[in-house]
Design a protein around this ligand. Structure first.
Ligand code: SF4
Ligand code: SF4
Length: 444
């Protein structure tokens, strides 16, 4: 086990190539393209995906969700969480090995840069052991500068999802945005220059959940003990198992573990050890001793894809998907919020009418067309509604005063009613409360 307070054993993963490393590269290219290019895509003039925090809006493929639709956002978050549980129950830590940004950046940038500047495992070990020579210092300075620049670039790509890429890359975003880029860049630099595999072992909550999410039937990377043991150094013999103890599977491991010791929480399923053993075993006429398997299969049993937890996760995902589908289908293009004007309860006019004043906040969620809005009030007898005309451009929000008058003595001290805002095509309602003096008189 590695410690990160003083007793850390630095890991020097050896370079390895193979089928799974090529898969890494392919998935890494796709994911990085997704990260960098997605914020630039627009649909009908609006971002395809944007988390606009100041406006409290989430843009997703032509739909916009506002803070008042927190329930839909919760459904989306739950769907993402249960998808990960479902995926992990079936495929183990495939996410960690091939899709997690930590692995992608370490495998696609950090290790290749390090390999280029400082050499492979043994050379890096020798250089570090020699201490702070000029050769060590200039290589370290160039490497860290490259990590810092890359960290800032990734920070810009991440912030583009929030602040929009155009403003950010043309220097027109605000100081808070650029500060966030700096914070993300600094965090990534520290991770790449020092923290690395410790993030997976100690900090990542998903890694912490592994014990609960992975079971005997989940896909894991494992060493075939039956074939490999008893291992023997040098050439395989009739008595020895197939493992020749070349240690290649250990040398390439970015988590610093020995897969031959069995399933370990530090293993991120990157499959580097499979590719390493593939460079040895086939030359001796055997398939790799490290391969994808399940604990059930390793114990000689049958692997069950359909089992209790996969059925429960699939059922929950189905319910959540239906819920999201319904919310999208019934998505109202008008957002309405009605609040009493601060500090006002009611007023009595000269003719005895009771007047309440509200602030009506309306958002036109239609991303293409402007709309006129009419306001109606339901649930109050003899009501008179006074509100300025309201026309909103696509995605515009405005707060306007709404005066509601009723004849004196026609309502109780507290009466609930509905405010309806209607466009040419649709309408939405919000609840409000009318306040009045006691029927025997009195005004505020
Ligand atoms: S044991 Fe193999 S799959 Fe697990 S982290 Fe190490 S190299 Fe990757
Ligand atoms: S790479 Fe294969 S042969 Fe070499 S030590 Fe690991 S399991 Fe044994």
């Amino acid at each position: 086990m590695l410690g990160f307070t003083g007793n850390r054993r630095w890991v020097y993963p050896k370079h390895v190539d193979g089928v799974f490393q090529r898969l890494h590269r392919a998935s890494g290219i796709l994911l990085q393209a997704f990260l960098v290019l997605t914020p630039w895509i627009t649909i009908g003039g609006f971002p395809a995906v944007r988390i606009a925090l100041p406006e409290r809006r989430l843009y997703v493929l032509g739909q916009v969700f506002t803070a008042s639709e927190g329930f839909t956002i919760v459904l989306l978050a739950l769907t993402a969480a249960f998808s990960l549980f479902f995926f992990t129950a079936l495929f183990g830590r495939l996410w960690c090995g091939f899709l997690c940004p930590q692995t992608v950046f370490l495998e696609e940038w950090v290790r290749p840069i390090e390999h280029l500047l400082e050499g492979d495992r043994v050379t890096r070990q020798r250089r570090d052991a020699a201490g702070m020579t000029f050769d060590w210092a200039w290589r370290r300075a160039v490497k860290w500068s490259a990590f810092a620049l890359l960290g800032l670039f990734v920070g810009m790509a991440v912030l583009s999802w929030f602040a929009g890429p155009r403003a950010l890359w043309t220097g027109q975003a605000g100081p808070v945005d650029y500060s966030m880029v700096g914070i993300i860049g600094a965090g990534l630099f520290l991770d790449w220059a020092w923290f690395r595999e410790q993030l997976c072992s100690y900090l990542c909550p998903y890694a912490r959940f592994q014990g609960a999410l992975v079971d005997h039937d989940s896909l894991i990377i494992s060493y075939d003990k039956n074939r490999g043991e008893p291992r023997g150094k040098g050439k395989a013999s009739a008595q020895a198992g197939h493992c020749i103890e070349c240690n290649k599977c250990v040398d390439v491991c970015p988590a610093g573990i020995d897969i031959r010791d069995g399933f370990q929480l530090e293993c991120i399923s990157c499959a580097r050890c499979i590719d390493a053993c593939e460079t040895v075993m086939p030359k001796l006429g055997h398939p790799s001793l490290v391969r994808y398997s399940t604990m059930a299969a390793d114990e000689g049993g049958k692997t069950h894809v359909v089992r209790g937890r996969t059925i429960v996760y699939a059922a929950l995902l189905t319910v959540l998907t239906i819920g999201i589908g319904y919310r999208l289908w019934s998505h109202n293009p008008i957002e309405l919020e009605v609040n009493r004007t601060p500090g006002s309860l009611f007023a009595t006019d000269e003719d005895g009418s009771i007047r309440n004043t509200f602030l009506v906040h309306v958002t036109n969620r239609d991303m293409k067309e402007a709309h006129h809005y009419a306001v109606m009030v339901h649930g109050l007898e003899g009501v008179q509604v006074i509100m300025p005309p309201l026309e909103l451009q696509p995605m515009e929000s405005r707060t306007v005063p709404l005066v509601v008058r009723v004849p004196g003595g026609s309502v109780d001290r507290t009466t609930n009613f509905e405010v309806e805002v209607r466009s040419e095509e649709t309408s939405t309602q919000a609840a409000a409360t009318f306040k009045a003096p006691p029927k025997d008189g009195g005004a505020k």
